[in-house]
Design a protein around this ligand. Structure first.
Ligand SMILES: Nc1ncnc2c1ncn2[C@@H]1O[C@H](COP(=O)(O)OP(=O)(O)OP(=O)(O)O)[C@@H](O)[C@H]1O
Length: 838
């Protein structure tokens, strides 16, 4: 019988009783700076400190040296007398601090110093930096000293040491005495030189100058083309198709110039820009114009066409456009860091988890080992199978006996004796692995009488997990050789889990979620939690404003209703499609490359680019959904499983009933990684793993993981509800986003049914523009409308539906863009006119 089978919270209570840690009176230093309330208090303290110092310093400068006598007399005067005589606004303390910072050390340069505590305090209290803290600190330190030295020079040269030495402070004055001995009046040269060196290295003055030149050139170019566009607007409005070809050649010429010479001075503009354009010689076609406002005017039409021509150019050229601007933004602000959304976020600590209780007894006794060994040898012997060698490896739940039979014994014969060996060992859950892949042996797994609980704390605190640099690391459990088994969900790329009721599925799901929560910042990862059983995942509700994603306007972040599940799955498909569009625009292959490019500021947020967090969809109980909604659930799940990997959407789907009605061929084919807890029959085991064996497991988190054809037995760690509660509480009590991550809206079949009745009067005013955009690009995608016309997803989606009613685009086809029914603008214009919406 198990000695340490966890029931409820027993392990934690025992541990607490043993160590008294929960009620310990020792002071928690970490807590002093880590709890959100304390950071607010510290933040306000630092802000007030900064304000206090600034006022004291200013007061000191205004009252001059009148407090000097008080300071000199400190020790002799009583505090009361000193206070009465002091003129500083902040009394003796203000006078003393100012005396040191201004008179003794930095002079008027010290006025900059209070900025540091104010910026730091602001960051702590409000989680935002109104100035970059590290950068500001470096600047303040440099300029405080530099101003002090410069003032020292001024004071020295003007012979005003007696009255104004406080202006430079001690540091500036002494430095100048030293410099003066060497250089006389020329001391100013190293002082100016120091400023120059600082500017070159700290501000990267040279490249800042280059990027300024570049921006200036781009601005002038943009200004130039705007004028030309308005000149040509009318003409284009009449003959858009003709002009399009002109623009193609214009833009191509431009890019050739740009690529060859990078920054090229603008040629002098002629009196008649239109003429130049027609000759295909002008250079005024910066791709920056690609972002055009969605105003229905002659200009707009032209801009759309300009944009279209840029599409025809090579991607490398488009990158060039961003290059100059992005380099300067990168230089100015550094890399984009998504975690700064929640800069004060603290990862959950390991001590939120139950203490690991060491097994009091030896896991497997010598007698047990010897007894099993004899029984195996005897049983096989009685069937005429002799063994040349036997070796045991003790795991947390089972012991693996590896045998090497004598030459000439057929493996299938041993395999067939599985039942007999189990009978003679009088143990459930014997599994025979014949042969052990890559070992040249036959394995017989025998459950231990005393099984060991693998505490989640022991695996999450494990160095290998802590240091793992997987994108989505998950600890699945311990192997037979007691090693922790970590997998990367991003590579798997999806996981299908099965297990009869009570065998540890929910615990397994919780461990997966906890692994991810312990390693990922809320800005990098979002969960979509589907829980038709309504009880299993509710604990994660507290993470709503940190880690959860939901449909706009959905009340609950954890989805329990089948209809909403269908909407959510379809919404994820839309998210997937729009992510693919973004990847395509960015000319990258996967989410990681995309985010890296975004972090380097090479993707323009104004064009719809954004940092894309991973999304993990967790479904606890697929069976219920498949029974009630069948295809409606199966199709989007299969689509996501098939395609969503590259865009960072991963699925973890669990079911109690691994029957073919639930785990259909379509679903199964798209989930190469499958995990099975104990199931009730070998048919179920075959359905989930394509092999028997899961029916032989011993429960309580004993599981088989099959990735492609490789199968390993693992013991899942144990995490109890209270641990999950504590972790979620710890995160939930911190400052989060304003709301859950919003998934794209999906209106569902019902919403589209009524579409045919729509009155043209109800059409969106931007509909004709959108139609032209779609036809120009020959791409029926909602995200195109969204990005180019800068519209929200809902409005863009509605416009797309109306375009379908109008017959401009075909019906929704899933991941692909809709068909565009017109191939040129003239046909479209005619159609719009006939329909009365031009
Ligand atoms: N990894 C584990 N280590 C130790 N005990 C475990 C482990 N996993 C589960 N158990 C034990 O088994 C019990 C049932 O586990 P769990 O709730 O995860 O089962 P389930 O498969 O989700 O069941 P259901 O489908 O009915 O929700 C737990 O309360 C716990 O006592």
């Amino acid at each position: 019988m198990s000695v340490n089978k966890p029931r409820g919270n027993t392990p934690r209570q025992k541990a607490e009783e043993a160590t008294g840690s929960r009620f310990s009176l020792s002071f928690d230093w970490e807590q002093l700076f880590s709890s959100p309330k304390n950071t607010l208090a510290w933040g306000i303290f630092f802000i007030l400190l900064g304000i206090f110092l600034e006022i004291a310093f200013l007061s000191y400068i205004i009252t001059g040296l009148s407090d000097q006598s008080v300071i000199d007399g400190i020790g002799e005067l009583s505090v009361r007398d000193a206070g009465r005589q002091t003129r500083n606004l902040f009394g003796v303390l203000g006078a003393v601090l100012s005396h040191f910072f201004i008179y003794r050390w930095f002079g008027v340069g010290a006025l900059l110093l209070p900025l540091v505590p104010i910026v730091a305090g602001w960051k702590m209290a409000f989680g935002k930096e109104f100035l970059p803290l590290i950068r500001t600190t470096k600047e303040v330190v440099f300029f405080t000293i530099w101003i002090s030295v410069l003032m020292g020079y001024v004071v020295m040269m003007s012979n005003t040491e007696n009255n104004l030495s406080f202006v430079s402070g001690g540091i500036g004055y002494i430095t100048n005495i030293f410099l003066f001995n060497w250089l006389k009046w020329g001391s100013v040269i190293p002082i100016i030189f120091a400023l120059f060196v600082f500017a070159v290295f700290f501000y990267d003055a040279r490249s800042a100058y280059e990027s300024w030149q570049l921006k200036n050139a781009a601005r002038q170019e943009a200004y130039g083309i705007k004028e030309e566009i308005s000149d040509l607007g009318e003409e284009v409005a009449k003959k858009p198709a003709d002009l399009k070809s002109d623009f193609v050649s214009v833009v191509d010429d431009t890019y050739d110039d740009l690529i060859l010479e990078e920054v090229k001075p603008l040629p002098a503009r002629t009196e008649d820009p239109g003429k130049d354009l027609k000759n295909g010689q002008a250079i005024y076609a910066p791709p920056v114009l690609a972002v055009s406002p969605p105003v229905m005017s002659a200009d707009t039409k032209l801009e759309l066409e300009v944009e279209d021509t840029t599409q025809l150019s090579e991607p490398v050229e488009e990158e060039y456009e961003d290059e100059g601007i992005s380099t300067s933004i990168l230089r100015e602000f550094g890399q984009y860091d998504p975690t700064l959304d929640l800069p004060t976020y603290r990862f959950p600590t390991i001590d939120l988890l139950n203490e690991v209780i060491e097994n009091q007894h030896e896991k497997v006794t010598h007698e047990e080992l010897e007894g099993n060994k004899t029984k195996i040898v005897d049983t096989l012997g009685s069937y005429g199978i002799n063994i040349s060698k036997i070796k045991a490896t003790i795991g947390p739940t089972v012991t693996l006996y590896e045998i090497i039979p004598e030459a000439g014994v057929r493996i299938s014969k041993i395999k067939n004796l599985e039942g007999d060996i189990a009978l003679s060992l009088a143990a459930l859950g014997i599994r025979i692995i014949a042969p052990m892949p890559g070992r040249g042996t036959i394995g017989i797994e025998v459950p231990n009488k005393n099984r060991e609980t693998v505490f989640v704390r022991s695996v999450l605190a494990n160095e290998r997990f802590q240091k793992s640099n997987y994108d989505l690391p998950i600890v699945l459990g311990k192997t037979i050789s007691n090693e922790i088994h970590i997998v990367d969900l991003a590579k798997m790329p999806h996981l299908l889990m099965a297990g009869a009721t009570g065998q540890g599925k929910s615990v397994g799901l919780n461990v997966i979620l906890a692994s991810l929560i312990y390693k990922k910042h809320p800005a990098e990862l979002k969960f979509v939690l589907v829980d038709p059983k309504k009880v299993e995942l509710t604990l994660f509700n507290k993470l709503e404003r940190h880690f959860l994603a939901k449909l706009p306007n959905a009340e609950e972040a954890i989805i329990t209703d089948t209809k909403k599940v269908i909407f959510t799955l379809n919404s994820l498909c839309i998210e997937m499609d729009s992510r693919y569009d973004l990847l395509k625009e960015a000319a990258v292959r996967n989410l990681k490359e995309y985010n890296a490019k975004f972090a380097q500021r090479r993707l323009n947020p104004e064009k719809g680019h954004r940092f894309l967090p991973y999304i993990v969809l967790v479904i606890d109980e697929l069976a219920d959904l498949m029974m009630t909604a069948g295809k409606e659930v199966e199709t989007p799940i299969a689509r996501l499983a098939q395609l969503a990997r590259a865009v960072g959407i991963h699925l973890v789907v669990a079911t109690q009933r691994p029957s073919v009605k639930v785990i259909t061929g379509l679903i199964k084919a798209n989930f190469p990684a499958r995990l099975s807890f104990r199931v009730t029959s070998s048919i179920d085991s075959r359905t989930i793993l394509d092999m028997g064996g899961a029916e032989q497991l011993v429960g309580q988190g004993d599981m088989l993981l099959a990735i492609n054809s490789e199968v390993i037995r693992l013991q899942c760690p144990f995490i109890d509800t209270r641990e999950i509660e504590d972790v979620c509480e710890y995160i939930g009590s911190q400052r989060g986003y304003d709301e859950a991550y919003a998934l794209p809206e999906y209106e569902g079949e019902d919403a589209t049914e009524g579409k045919a009745d729509l009155n043209p009067d109800d059409f969106d005013t931007l509909l004709p523009d959108a139609a032209r955009l779609i036809v120009t690009h020959q791409q029926g995608s909602t995200s195109l409308i969204q990005r180019k016309m800068k519209l929200g997803y809902n409005r863009a989606g509605r416009i797309m539906d109306q375009l379908e009613i109008l017959g401009v685009v075909g019906p929704f086809t899933g991941s692909k863009a809709r068909d565009v029914m017109f191939h040129d603008l003239s046909g479209l214009e005619e159609h719009l006119r006939v329909m009365g919406v031009s």
